[in-house]
Unconditional design. Structure first.
Ligand code: SF4
Ligand code: SF4
Length: 128
C-alpha cells in the first residue's frame, strides 16, 4: 500500500521555491535576517570574535588605521591558515570566506530548517 493511500501527505518537490537552498528553507531568515544567531556560520562567528578582541587590544596602543590594517592582515593570515573549526565544511564552486558550499552570505545552510516539500509559503523563484 502506497503512502498516499495510507492518508499521508505527499508534497511536491520545492526546488523551484525562492526560499529553497540545498534542501533547506530560507523563509525565516529572509523574514528576519540575522534573528537566529545560531544559524550563522561558526567559522565567520569565530573570525568576528577574534577581530573584536583584536580591536579591543589595539585600542590600548593608539595605532593609526593604516597600522591597524597591516596588523590585522597578518593576524588574519594566521587565523585563516589554522584548521577550520567546523567538521561540515565542504569545498565550494565559488569564492567565499570561508570556502564552503554551505555558506550563504553569513548563514550556514546546514543550520536552517529542512524543506519537506512545497508548503503554503512556496513562492516561485523569479529568475530560475
Ligand atoms: S558547514 Fe560551512 S557554512 Fe556551515 S558552519 Fe561549517 S564552515 Fe560555516
Ligand atoms: S516550499 Fe516551503 S519549506 Fe520549502 S523552501 Fe519553500 S517556503 Fe520553505
Amino acid at each position: 500500500m502506497g503512502d498516499a493511500t495510507r492518508g499521508e501527505l505527499v508534497r511536491f518537490p520545492a526546488v523551484g521555491c525562492r526560499f529553497f537552498q540545498l534542501g533547506r528553507c530560507l523563509y525565516e531568515e529572509r523574514l528576519n535576517p540575522g534573528y537566529h544567531a545560531d544559524w550563522r556560520c561558526v567559522v565567520l562567528a569565530r573570525w568576528e570574535a577574534v577581530y573584536d578582541d583584536f580591536l579591543d587590544r589595539a585600542e590600548n596602543f593608539g595605532l593609526t588605521e593604516t597600522e591597524l590594517g597591516v596588523l590585522w592582515g597578518k593576524r588574519f593570515e594566521r587565523l585563516a591558515e589554522e584548521s577550520v573549526p567546523c567538521p561540515d565544511v565542504r569545498a565550494a564552486d565559488v569564492d567565499s570566506m570561508p570556502e564552503c558550499r554551505h555558506l550563504l552570505e553569513d548563514v550556514c545552510l546546514l543550520r536552517l530548517p529542512v524543506c519537506a516539500g512545497q508548503c503554503e509559503r512556496f513562492r516561485l523563484r523569479e529568475n530560475p
